[in-house]
Ligand binder design. Structure first.
Ligand SMILES: Nc1ncnc2c1ncn2[C@@H]1O[C@H](COP(=O)(O)OP(=O)(O)O)[C@@H](O)[C@H]1O
Ligand SMILES: [Mg+2]
Length: 637
C-alpha cells in the first residue's frame, strides 16, 4: 500500500523554504543554499561561553569536548556535531536541548529520521525534568509494541488529561465512543473538536516537542513555530526530509550525525544519482561548515571498539571506559578469550531464499542464535539487555504486522501444521530471518517463552541509535558464489558491531564472508585475538577454516596512496551524477508484476521507516540479487 504522506510533507517543506520568507531565518536560508552573502549574527561574548555551566540534571557529566560542543551549539545559528558510535552524541544532544529551552526562544522541536532515535532522545531529555511531548503518527497510536516513552506521547497525555476535572464532556464522549465503537456525526464532530483542543493545550504547555522529521509535518503541529531545532541521526535523513522541521521558523539549528553509519534510504537510483542520497548534514560540511567532532566512546568494552575504530574511523576512536568497567564476571558465557568478551562463531549451514523470493534465512544460524541467547538468559542477563541483530527481516510484513506472531489470516494454517514436519517450511515461506529467529527461539528455547519474547530481534537499521549489553549478530548469508548481500555495506557492519556494551557474538560462515575484504579483515582480527571459533557452545574450539586473503585490498586510499578505510570520504557519492547527465535508460523504473510488488513494498517500508508507520522496521535495501528480480532495480530483502 503506497502512502505518500512523507513525500508530500517533504515536498511542501521545500516549497515553503523557497517561497515563504518566514520559514527559516535569512542566515540559515543563505547558508543552506551555499550563498556567500550569508552574514552570521553577531558572535556571543567569549566570557559568556567560557562561564556558561553546561551541566544538565540527570545526564552524565560531559567531557570537555562534549561541553564545548554544547557551548558551540548554544552560541551559533547552525552547528554540526559528528561522532562515531557511543561518543555521547545523543547525551550531548539532550544536554543541548535542556539549555536551548532556557534561551527564552520558545519551545524547541527535537527530531530524528526514525522513531527509534526519537524515542531514545525523548527518554534522555525527559530525565532532565523538561516537559516533553512526543508526537507520534496516528497510525502508531495503537501499535501493540509499546514504546518506552509511551507516557510522553501526545495521545497518551491527551487520554489522561481527559480524565482531569474540566474535561468532563470529552471524557463522556470518549466513553461513548469506546462503548459504541462510533458516534453519530454531530457527536463525532464535537468529540474531534474537543480532542483537538486538548491536544493543542498539551502541545502549548510543552518545553520540547519530539517527533520524527516527517512527523514535524503533522497537521497537529501546523500552527506551531519553532525557532530552535535539534536533529539527531541527521545523516540518516534525506535533505527534503530534514527541511520539514526546519521550515517552522528555524533560527538556531543543531544537527548531529555520523556519515560512517547508515545513510538515507533512497530506493530510486535516478534520485540517488541526482543527490537525494546525500544528507543535508553532509552537504553542509562540503559547503565548508566545520563539524564539531566527538571522539571518545563510552559504550563499548574497549576490545569491541578496536576493530570499528581501525577500519571505519582511521583509528581515531578513543575509549572513555576501561575494560574493567565493562566486565560481566557473573555472566557465565564461554568467551574463548576471557579478557575479550567477543567471538566469531562459525556455522556452515546453507542460506535459503524465503518464500517471497526477496529475503533470506539460515536455519543453522537461527539455532545458534537461540543457543547463545539461552546461555545469556540462563546466566542471569535480563532479556531487555540482549539484542539480536539479523539483516533479513521481511520488512514489509513486519511493517504491516508489528507483532512477531504471524498475521491472522494464516495463523489457523500455522496452527494446523504446527506439529507437522512442514512447519519449518511454511514458516520459512511466510517469514525471513528476523521472524524465523523470533519463532525459533520461542519454539525451541528451553526457557520460558516470555523471556525470549522480551529479547529484541531487529534489523541493523532499526538498531541504529540504540545500545544493548549483549548483541548476537547473525550474518545469514552463506553461499559459494552470490556474495553476502547487504552486509557488504561497511556502514551497516559498523552499526551492527557497535551496539554492544559488554559482549558481542557474531554468527556466520567464514568461508563465504572472507571472500569480502572487510570481512576478511574482521575474521583475521577475531583470529588474532583467539576468538575465532567453531563447535558446540559448551566445547568451542579454534575454527580450523583457513582464511585466504581475497584478491586486492578493498576500501579507499588517501591521496598519498595510504589505505584509509572502507567508508568512502564524505561527499564521495558513488552514485552521484549531475541530473542532466543521467540518461533515460538508466532510470530503471520497475516494470512487470514482480517489479511493482517490490516497488510498492519498498515504498511502504520506506514510509514506515520515515516516521508514519512502524519505525522499528526502518529501511534496508540492496541491489536485487534474488532470482527473477530486475537488474538494477532495488528490492527489499
Ligand atoms: N561524558 C560521558 N560520561 C559518561 N558516560 C557517557 C558520557 N557520554 C556518553 N556516555 C554514555 O555512553 C553511551 C553512549 O552514549 P550515546 O549518547 O548514546 O552515544 P551516541 O549517540 O554517540 O551513539 C551512553 O550509555 C551514555 O550514557
Ligand atoms: Mg545516538
Amino acid at each position: 500500500m503506497w502512502k505518500s504522506t512523507s513525500f508530500d510533507r517533504a515536498q511542501a517543506a521545500m516549497k515553503s523554504f523557497a517561497l515563504d520568507e518566514t520559514s527559516v531565518s535569512g542566515y540559515i536560508y543563505h547558508l543552506l543554499l551555499g550563498h556567500d552573502a550569508a552574514t552570521p549574527p553577531p558572535p556571543v561574548p567569549e566570557q559568556w561561553l567560557k562561564n556558561y555551566d553546561v551541566s544538565a540534571p540527570g545526564l552524565p557529566t560531559l567531557n570537555t569536548v562534549q561541553q564545548t560542543a554544547v557551548r558551540m551549539a548554544l552560541s551559533q545559528p547552525l552547528s554540526l556535531i559528528q561522532g562515531p558510535p557511543g561518543t555521547g552524541k545523543t547525551v550531548t544532544s539532550a544536554t543541548i536541548v535542556y539549555h536551548l529551552t532556557r534561551q527564552n526562544q520558545g519551545q524547541v522541536i527535537v527530531c530524528a529520521p526514525s522513531n527509534v532515535a526519537v524515542d531514545q532522545l525523548a527518554e534522555k531529555i525527559e530525565v532532565t525534568g523538561l516537559k516533553v511531548v512526543r508526537v507520534a503518527a496516528k497510525s502508531r497510536e495503537n501499535l501493540s509494541e509499546r514504546s518506552p516513552v509511551e507516557h510522553l506521547t501526545l495521545h497518551y497525555q491527551a487520554a489522561h488529561l481527559r480524565n482531569a476535572p474540566g474535561y468532563a464532556e470529552l471524557a463522556k464522549l470518549q466513553r461513548l465512543k469506546d462503548e459504541l465503537g462510533e458516534l453519530d456525526s454531530k457527536d463525532e464532530r464535537r468529540y474531534r473538536g474537543l480532542r483537538r483542543q486538548v491536544e493543542h493545550e498539551i502541545l502549548k504547555a510543552a518545553d520540547v516537542v519530539c517527533c520524527t522529521a516527517s512527523g514535524a509535518g503533522d497537521p497537529r503541529l501546523a500552527e506551531f513555530r519553532f525557532r530552535q531545532v535539534l536533529m539527531d541521526e541527521s545523516t540518516q535523513a534525506t535533505e527534503p526530509e530534514t527541511l520539514i522541521p526546519l521550515i517552522m521558523g528555524a533560527k538556531r539549528v543543531v544537527m548531529i550525525g555520523d556519515h560512517c553509519q547508515l545513510g538515507p534510504v533512497v530506493t530510486c537510483k535516478a534520485a540517488r544519482q541526482a543527490g537525494l542520497g546525500q544528507s543535508l548534514f553532509e552537504r553542509l560540511i562540503l559547503l565548508g561548515v566545520s563539524p564539531y567532532r566527538l571522539q571518545v566512546q563510552y559504550r563499548m568494552h574497549p576490545c569491541l571498539s578496536e576493530f570499528p575504530s581501525d577500519v571505519f574511523y582511521e583509528g581515531a576512536l578513543q575509549n572513555g571506559v576501561a575494560a574493567s568497567e565493562r566486565l560481566s564476571p557473573d555472566v557465565q558465557f564461554p568467551w574463548p578469550n576471557d579478557k575479550k568478551p567477543m567471538m566469531f562463531w562459525s556455522h556452515f549451514g546453507q542460506e535459503e531464499l524465503s518464500g517471497s523470493g526477496t529475503s533470506y534465512l539460515n536455519r543453522q544460524e537461527a539455532s545458534a542464535v537461540e543457543q547463545a541467547v539461552t546461555q545469556l538468559l540462563k546466566s542471569g542477563v535480563e532479556p531487555q539487555n540482549i539484542g539480536v541483530v539479523t539483516p533479513y527481516e521481511g520488512q514489509v510484513r513486519v511493517a504491516r504486522f508489528p507483532n512477531p506472531t504471524p498475521p491472522c489470516f494464516i495463523s489457523p494454517l500455522v496452527t494446523v501444521v504446527h506439529t507437522s514436519r512442514y512447519t519449518g517450511l511454511i514458516l520459512s515461506f511466510l517469514q525471513s530471518q528476523r521472524l524465523f529467529v523470533v519463532n525459533h527461539m520461542q519454539r525451541v528455547g528451553s526457557l520460558r517463552q516470555e523471556l525470549y519474547a522480551a529479547v529484541q530481534v531487529a534489523s541493523v537499521d532499526s538498531f541504529q541509535g540504540r545500545e544493548k549489553d549483549f548483541i548476537v549478530l547473525s550474518c545469514v548469508r552463506s553461499n559459494e558464489t552470490s556474495g553476502i548481500g547487504f552486509l557488504s555495506d561497511p556502514r551497516r557492519l559498523n552499526v551492527a558491531m557497535t551496539r554492544a556494551r559488554l559482549g558481542l557474538v557474531i554468527i556466520g560462515n567464514p568461508k563465504a564472508l572472507a571472500k569480502q575484504p572487510l570481512f576478511y579483515d574482521l575474521l583475521t582480527h577475531f583470529k588474532n585475538n583467539d576468538v575465532f571459533v567453531e563447535g558446540p557452545l559448551s566445547a568451542l574450539v579454534e575454527c580450523a577454516t583457513p582464511l585466504t586473503p581475497p584478491r586486492g585490498k578493498g576500501g579507499f586510499r588517501k591521496g598519498n596512496g595510504e589505505w584509509r578505510g572502507y567508508i568512502p570520504a564524505l561527499g564521495s557519492n558513488p552514485d552521484f551524477k549531475p541530473a542532466d547527465q543521467i540518461e533515460e535508460k538508466e532510470v530503471n523504473w520497475p516494470s512487470g508484476g514482480g517489479g511493482y510488488a517490490a516497488w510498492n513494498a519498498n515504498a511502504a517500508a520506506q514510509y514506515a521507516s520515515s516516521g508514519d508507520g512502524d519505525g522499528s522496521t526502518s529501511g534496508g535495501y540492496q541491489h536485487a540479487t534474488a532470482p527473477g528480480s530486475h537488474a538494477g532495480q532495488y528490492s527489499i530483502y
